[in-house]
Design a protein around this ligand. Sequence first.
Ligand SMILES: [Zn+2]
Ligand SMILES: [Zn+2]
Length: 138
Amino acid sequence: MKNKQLTNKKEILTKNQEIVLKLLEKSNEPLKAYSILFNLSEQGVKAPLQVYRALDRLIEIGKVHKIESKNAFVACINSNCTANSNAAFTICEDCDAVSEIHDNKEILKNLNYLANREKSKLNKYNLELYITCKNCLK
Ligand SMILES: [Zn+2]
Ligand SMILES: [Zn+2]
């Protein structure tokens, strides 16, 4: 419950968190940690640990999501995402385009149903759906 209060406050980002987030927001594809490091070396981010710390925090507050299957990171495009948010993404198998799915209510309903059926409780989800996107279907 204390997570909820935390996320209602406006987060003040450190300089490193800020520039990592900016880079991810500009990027049109998920970035791996080493490529974040490479891109930011001129801005004074020199150590992998600086990147990992910034990413950890940004993920914690819901500004960044990790695409597990790609071991890469994207900026959140959904302003409703908060700490430990559920997240769902589509990944095009042809062009690699990644996008975040906005309305997760249906997904949540269905996953809750599946968890309940197993007599368990769903804590959170991080889904990756492999698709052929509309551009590649043309
Ligand atoms: Zn998000
Ligand atoms: Zn595609």
